[in-house]
Design a binder for this molecule. Structure first.
Ligand code: 13P
Length: 248
């Protein structure tokens, strides 16, 4: 049985003061549910959020990490540094990192491996851009991203990874993939995972959809057979909107 997992990705939004105000308001609205809930926040807010959400059932995640243990990597943070402040999750390979910060399939794979040696659970983002979809290459491209990301990772570790399917053309555009398109790609990702591992392993891996998820479309998306969760950008910045999605 896969447990639904709804996560907010704040990207580069909110100060520490704003994050604390969100946490207070969101905690008051949140009732322990069977839905796993997490907020992926910028680095400076992580420590406050971990302490604000302590004991609430709401998890906290980072948006990026370096794969090396330590070294001359100005501006980067290691897995150990994130473990020290007790974050639960870390995003890997978000399309904005692939697009603007040189993240490649190879660094995504190294980051997954580094996180899997720790207690921090990775959320791997994959997704095609508009041109790739229009050329009919979406499934091939996403399949290749999944294969490259899981290269050299055994089935026991693979089960700890959540996969987030985020079509680039649906991110921040207000343009959502239809529930059928999203479901179809999530099914395809699970088929790739079955090829890489086996049916049992693939069945245990949680697959989220992300791209303009909002209170108005969350139920329909979450009701799709192959979609186990959502990775929410814009709508996770407002407690009232995000709680509606969590309670889909
Ligand atoms: P939006 O929900 O703002 O489209 O962002 C999706 C996303 O990129 C989450 O990681």
């Amino acid at each position: 049985m896969r447990i639904p997992f709804i996560a907010g990705n704040w990207k580069m939004y909110k100060t520490i003061a704003e994050a604390k105000a969100f946490a207070k308001e969101f905690k008051a609205l949140y009732h322990d549910t069977d839905v796993k809930t997490a907020i992926f926040a910028p680095f400076t807010q992580l420590q406050s959020l971990v302490s604000e959400f302590d004991g609430s059932g709401i998890a906290v995640g980072a948006q990026n990490v370096h794969f090396e243990k330590e070294g001359a990597f100005t501006g980067e943070l290691s897995v150990q540094m994130l473990e020290e402040i007790k974050v639960d999750y870390c995003l890997v390979g978000h399309s904005e990192r692939r697009q603007y910060f040189g993240e490649t399939d190879e660094t995504v794979n190294l980051k997954l491996k580094a996180l899997l040696c720790s207690k921090i659970l990775p959320v791997l983002c994959v997704g095609e851009n508009l041109e790739e979809r229009e050329e009919g290459k979406a499934k091939l491209l996403v399949g290749a991203q999944v294969k490259a990301a899981f290269d050299g990772i055994d089935s026991k570790d693979a089960e700890k990874v959540t996969v987030a399917y985020e079509p680039v053309w649906a991110i921040g555009t207000g343009k959502t993939a239809t529930p059928e398109q999203a479901n179809d790609m999530c099914a395809c990702i699970r088929e790739t995972l079955t090829e890489l591992y086996d049916e049992e392993t693939a069945d245990r891996i949680v697959i989220q959809y992300g791209g303009s998820v909002k209170p108005e479309n969350a139920t329909e998306i979450m009701n799709m057979e192959e979609i186990d969760g959502a990775l929410v950008g814009g709508a996770s910045l407002e407690p009232l909107k995000f709680i509606e999605i969590v309670n889909f």
